[in-house]
Design a protein around this ligand. Sequence first.
Ligand SMILES: [Zn+2]
Length: 346
Amino acid sequence: MNVNELTRQLIDIPSVTGDEKNVGEFLATYLEGLGYEVVKQEVAADRFNVFARTNVAPRVVLSTHMDTVPPAIPSSEDDEKIYGRGACDAKGIIAAQIIAATRLRDEGINEIGLLFTVDEEAGSYGAQVANQIKFTQPPEYLLNGEPTDNKLAVATKGSLRLNLRATGRAAHSAYPEQGESAIEKLLDALERIRKCEWPADELLGETTCNIGVIRGGTRPNVIPDEASAVLQLRLVGAAEPIKRTLETAVGDGIEITYLSEHKPIHLLDLDGFERCVVRFTTDIPYLSNWGKPLLLGPGSILNAHTEHEFVEKRELAEAVELYVGIVRMLLAEKSKAAENAEGVLK
Ligand SMILES: [Zn+2]
């Protein structure tokens, strides 16, 4: 299969987060057919990561995720584009990485592996489990794929998710003095948070704060005794000072629960590539044992997760070339360093 056919084949096996089994089975069988040793690493019942390697220890691992956001959308194409769920996030990437790896192996480069994870769109639980694999010789580089318009991402923003919970006292709405509204308390706290000043960074830009979920109350004639909100901030620096700012803004009587956090990441930069900074999160923070991270992939994050998700065929072809070139470059780096070291020894 060429990269376009493989992309469509993958899109047509639905794999919304939690339901990755079929696409995992397909990939495991397909990669075995290409001569890889394939490990299906169990993550949960009927959910597994797919790790493929040759008979030598991989020094570079190409990786991305198999799961998609809902709903599944079947593939279609025209002269320029392939459409469907996962076209750019991240099934076109899986296809481009597999085709690139085949090209490299045809050139006699075998120190490569492929890792396809579950659960990236939820909490990267697949990547967390993948990080527990024990290597006798760990990989040196992780070339992760997410839609970056085929630019080399040099940094990713961090993230902080939290829940705010306000409690009050229920009462008949005609007698508000008898109660205490949890919703009003929460709204006041949210208003103070919206007025907070957050740090900015020259490379990563602004810290942003999204109030993504808000819940509370039962009916219009009852003073609500409970309300909550879930926020996600995109970080450009450490989480600690942000937490202090939030805690001060929220004030007393509201409980904060931190749900997840990770720092911004600076990625490996290479000469000769168009660069970018990405604001979204990836599996990379959870794959710390898989080598120095790089991030590049075809397609635009702006049409990922949309109903018209697509990837351009031109970009898929270009991604194959870029992956091949990057792997060659990374492996040559090491050989050069080894040669130099040998030179010094002589
Ligand atoms: Zn993705």
